[in-house]
Ligand binder design. Structure first.
Ligand SMILES: [Zn+2]
Length: 672
């Protein structure tokens, strides 16, 4: 993972625009001789059943060793698990929703059998003794949280997404193994599923008093609070597709995200590290335990460490080795990762620790025991990323374009048929496209793709070319009946973008997405297809929203420059073209002073530049400024109470604020 979803769309200012583009007519008649189109969810078609059967035949389902590994050492935890959210009556985490997977006696035909296998494995949750003195709580959130017995307390690795989940895990450990204080925390990397619950474990006072330490890789704080800021709103919306948050759990809905079940929803926190790792083989002793670190930036995460516990011969692979093909490109949208760098770090890990370790465990999934098995696991994962990287460029150098490469490239069986290399999270297909993009960008070199019409415009022309909406639907229906759902998705996209209110077109496209979802081995692919289908069948207003809460820790951890970077993105450039405003702002709680200028549609900020007569001069605590931006406080009230001081007039401040867009993560994806 992934994203700092809760935080971004909270960074909002004060205006908003809406509006959908126009649409022509309401529905068309059902093409003759076809099944009636409806908005109901469907079962698996015969084509989908056949496709899923192919999967079953191609993979070694008789090999059940992963189930042994996933259950090995289980010493605690209840079958039913529902963690209540602190701030409302909802569940922050709900494993009960996935009980249907344990109860089922066979694989539903609406789920790819390989993904179903992964979903069964990820259902195994509780407290596990991994080796003497090392424990993991798995299935309490998307990620694992690990506990190392120190001389006096627990050293905790990767405290999950939310305070609620991390607290439940700590309680389970203390209640089962005896209560101990938390003396150390290690964030393996800058993704929120590996730090957000930290306040359940330690307080700022613990850190100040030296009762606990927090270790993190170089650049952790920066990347943790900034990776998802400037593009945060769009990532949040796309993440809701990727993790299937709007889907019901069930055989026709959410079953698994591949990397874990899904993401917990609750209070996210962050505390700054006390110890930074910037060099490989840095050795620290925490609570009497020696730990050797490997710094591995810019692969799975921009800031990441793997590390080794010599006293237990145990290697923590963070998220760089997991029981999935991971993402070189994550579908919520993120910067592309280099498969070559990823492979390099795994190779270095084998060189550094592979001669010694007897255990490899990590931030997701179950461990690998024994030196040979551990080395084989890391080597195979290394080769997988390297193969995708190298062969994508190999094919690109032969002149193949991304779509052609994705269709052609396949892992050799020796790599691809390893269960832990299956595309449950990333896929070879989209990772190869990402690798192409990393080196060559979005353009495939074909001039036709330089400046095509945008979707609605192209859609209108394609519908006309097809002889109208009815003819296009009839054609798509034929393709549907032949099981060519990819083609249905391709042609009906044009109709939905040309005529978003054409219900029959939407319903047929939804049916095709649904079958593609039922066939997908990747959790995120399934979630994307099924969420798309759901949003085609129902109006957006009928869908439940995303109710994440802002994290005061995350906001407080942001440098002011990053907040201004986000404001610059929120600025409506068209509106601001004629504006000429300067804001001299003093953050009274931080003793910072900034000059913000809006001119020619651009917001610039400077810590040093001053102007004689700014349009507005504002003194305010940054925390209050942030609350105003998030809609949690009113500027006039702060001014009246004397908590903010303004020169230049409220009217000017209002016109300043009016230049910014209020982003909300509920925009349309599958229609205009
Ligand atoms: Zn993770």
């Amino acid at each position: 993972m992934r994203t700092i979803t809760p935080l971004l769309f909270t960074l909002v200012l004060m205006s908003n625009v809406g509006g959908l583009s126009g649409c022509s007519r309401l529905g068309v008649s059902v093409p003759e001789g076809s099944r009636p189109l409806t908005s109901a969810a469907k079962g698996a078609s015969s084509a989908t059943r056949a496709k899923n059967e192919e999967f079953r035949k191609a993979l070694p389902f008789e090999d059940e060793r992963d189930f042994e590994l996933a259950r090995r050492g289980r010493i605690g935890g209840t079958e039913m698990l529902r963690i209540k959210a602190d701030r409302n009556k909802e569940a922050a985490w709900d494993m009960d929703a996935y009980a249907f997977i344990d109860i089922a006696t066979e694989t539903p035909d609406t789920v790819n059998p390989s993904l179903w296998r992964q979903a069964r494995l990820n259902n195994i949750h509780g407290l596990f003794e991994v080796t003497e003195g090392i424990y993991q709580v798995r299935g309490y959130d998307l990620a694992n949280i690990s506990f190392i017995e120190g001389e006096t307390g627990w050293i905790v690795i990767d405290p999950l997404i939310t305070i609620e989940s991390a607290r439940a895990a700590l309680d389970l450990v203390n209640n089962t193994l005896g209560e101990r204080p938390v003396t150390g925390v290690i964030y393996s990397h800058s993704h929120v599923d590996h730090f957000g619950g930290v306040r359940a474990l330690v307080t700022p006072e613990d850190l100040e008093a030296g009762r606990a330490r927090i270790v993190a890789p170089e650049g952790f704080m920066h990347h943790a609070v900034s990776e998802a800021v400037v593009a945060g709103n769009v990532m949040t919306r796309r993440a809701s597709y990727m993790f299937g948050r709007l889907l019901q759990a069930g055989p026709k809905g959410r079953v698994d995200a591949g990397l874990g079940k899904s993401t917990s929803v609750g209070r996210v926190s962050i505390l700054p590290p006390t110890d930074i790792i910037d060099t490989t083989t840095t050795t620290l002793t925490i609570d009497g335990i020696e730990i050797i670190f490997q710094n591995t930036p810019n692969a799975e995460a921009p800031a990441e460490i793997m590390f080794y516990f010599p006293h237990r011969k145990a290697f923590y692979a963070a998220e760089e080795a997991s029981a999935v093909l991971h993402n070189l490109y994550t579908l919520r949208g993120a910067q592309v990762r280099s498969g070559a760098d990823w492979a390099k770090w795994l190779d270095e890990a084998i060189d550094l620790f592979g001669g010694e370790f007897e255990l490899v465990f990590g931030g997701h999934h179950w461990p690998r025991w024994g030196r040979e098995e551990g080395v084989a696991y890391l080597s195979s994962q290394r080769d997988m990323y390297k193969y995708i990287h190298d062969q994508t460029l190999h094919l690109a150098n032969l002149g193949l374009t991304p779509l052609e490469i994705a269709e052609r490239i396949e892992l050799p069986d020796v790599i691809g048929k390893q269960w832990f290399n299956r595309g449950y999270y990333g896929t070879v297909s989209h990772n190869s496209k990402a690798t192409y993009q990393l080196y060559l960008g979005f353009f495939d070199g074909n001039p036709s793709n330089l400046n095509p019409h945008p979707p609605s415009e192209a859609g209108r022309r394609y519908v006309e070319l097809a002889g109208g909406a009815d003819a296009l639907i009839a054609h798509a229906q034929e393709a549907y009946d032949e099981g060519d759902y990819r083609w249905v998705a391709e042609v009906l996209k044009h109709l939905v973008f040309a005529e978003p209110k054409n219900k029959l077109g939407r319903w047929l496209l939804a049916d095709a997405f649904e079958q593609l979802g039922y066939q997908a081995e990747s959790g995120p692919w399934r979630n994307f297809y099924l969420t798309g289908a759901q949003e085609l069948r129902f109006e957006r207003s009928e869908l439940s929203g995303i109710a994440d809460t802002a994290s005061a820790d995350m906001l407080a951890g942001m440098p002011s420059a990053l907040i201004f970077d986000f404001m610059a993105v929120a600025l409506d450039g068209e509106k601001a073209t004629k504006a000429d405003l300067t804001l001299d702002i003093r953050f009274t709680d931080l003793e910072e002073r900034w000059l913000l200028e809006i001119r020619d549609g651009v917001l610039r900020y400077h810590a040093t530049r001053r102007v004689e007569k700014p349009s507005i001069r504002l003194s305010i605590a940054r925390s209050d400024f942030m609350r105003v931006m998030r809609g949690g406080a009113s500027m006039p009230k702060l001014l009246r109470a004397g908590d903010a001081k303004l020169e230049g007039g409220l009217l000017k401040l209002v016109s300043f604020a009016g230049l910014f867009e209020r982003f909300t993560p509920d925009f349309e994806i599958i229609r205009p």
